[in-house]
Design a protein around this ligand. Structure first.
Ligand code: AMP
Ligand code: TRP
Length: 369
């Protein structure tokens, strides 16, 4: 036997033993949950698409919740999910800028890169690798029934395969880091169910390595459009007056709140979601931003004798007090691209070191190594 052959043979034995050790550690009965998942340390993971400046709905419904989880000391990861964003057409130059804007915005909103692993999804290629392996475990009907596919595929003229399979990529995002908690909005619950199903299928077919991931729903109300309180505040609404972006100037915010749709039932401020959804939306927004309860706000506003017009002026100042410091910080960060890039590179390194480990186990279990 040549020296090289002997060397390779010895390495195989060593690798095999190391692999057995790792698997037997993972398979120890104490760590295995009854429902087909492995027990892992808690890790919180969430993602946001870099498709423009976030609006107040994104801030109160998602970002502020992540900051809270971070401050509570959780092991947090937040990914700017650029691979997801090309499921619909993107202009490359705009996308490049939107990735930086999103990073600046998340930092300005309170994501601390020393406490949270903040990174750009496409800089960790294992997301796409794991996605492929999971897609070989996923059936077509499982994806066809997802409400987001039914809804989104109707809205674009020529829906692409990526739009159809993107929930598998989302599952890969979550499983790659063995995440256990995923803070998302209600619209993502079915995607979390899919992630659990795929983790369970993988664990059954190849070996137990993935934990159960659970959705963590925020307790904040859905912020609705300022122009149509029957629909949610959304980036895709063609009317910019329907939402408040975190980059809006003080005057724009006063104008948007001043022109928000209310009703002609009364000049006074009362909270009634069914009869006065426009006014209720303003109060919900107020409550989500300040942490005061709806009752406290209504009582205060009534005691001050405010009517709809004066309440809107007051709310605009409350919103500006919150948004303008974040806006200024976002602009400051955007003027220092070197710092932004080093934050993202640092996040990439930390995320990669976890992703490489998971994929090494996955590759062995599947039979590629
Ligand atoms: P999207 O902008 O739809 O990609 O959503 C990003 C995150 O923001 C998700 O977790 C959503 O649940 C949350 N979100 C989006 N719009 C709103 C809204 N109008 N009110 C509350 N949360 C929202
Ligand atoms: N699909 C999510 C959205 O559209 C974004 C996302 C991608 C995500 N990967 C994720 C959210 C992983 C939570 C976990 O908002």
């Amino acid at each position: 036997m040549s020296f090289h052959k002997l060397f390779r043979f010895c390495r195989k034995i060593i690798d095999f033993n190391a692999f057995q050790c790792r698997l037997s550690r993972k398979l120890s009965t104490k760590e295995v949950q009854e429902d087909g998942f492995i027990q892992c340390p808690e890790r919180v993971f969430s993602g946001i698409q870099p498709t423009g400046v976030p609006h107040l709905g994104n801030y109160v419904g998602a970002i502020s919740n992540w900051v809270k989880l971070q401050e509570e000391g959780n092991s947090m990861m937040v990914s700017i999910v650029d691979l997801h964003s090309i499921t619909v057409q993107q202009d490359p130059a705009e996308l490049r800028e939107n990735i930086q804007t999103m990073a600046a915005c998340l930092l300005a909103c309170g994501i601390d890169s020393d406490k949270t692993i903040l990174f750009q999804q496409s800089t960790v290629p294992q997301h796409a690798e794991l996605c492929w392996i999971l897609s070989c475990l996923c059936t077509l009907p499982r994806l066809e029934h997802l409400p987001q596919w039914k809804d989104k595929s109707k809205r674009v003229s020529d829906p692409k395969v990526g739009l159809f399979t993107y929930p598998i990529l989302q599952a890969a995002d979550i499983l790659l880091y063995k995440s256990t908690l995923v803070p998302v909005g209600e619209d993502q619950i079915t995607h979390l169910e899919l992630a659990r199903d795929l983790a369970r299928s993988f664990n059954r077919k190849y070996g137990l390595i993935f934990p159960r991931c659970s959705q963590l729903l925020g307790d904040v109300a859905k912020i609705r459009s300022l122009k149509d309180p029957s629909s949610k505040m959304s980036k895709s609404d063609p009317n910019p007056m329907s939402r408040i972006d975190l980059s809006d100037s003080p005057d724009e915010i006063c104008d948007k709140i001043g022109k928000a749709v209310t009703d002609s039932l009364s000049k006074d401020i009362t909270y009634d979601l069914d009869l006065r959804p426009g006014v209720a939306n303003l109060i919900d927004l107020h409550s989500s931003l300040t942490g005061q309860s709806v009752e406290e706000i209504v009582k205060y506003v009534q005691n001050q004798g405010m009517n709809k017009k004066t309440y809107k002026d007051y709310l605009a100042s409350v919103v500006n007090d919150k948004v303008q410091p974040m806006n200024a910080e976002m602009n400051r960060l955007l003027s220092d691209r070197g710092h932004l890039n080093s934050v993202l590179k640092n996040g990439q390194d930390k995320a990669s070191s976890i992703a490489v480990n998971t994929m090494s186990d996955v590759m062995s279990l599947v039979g590629f190594r």
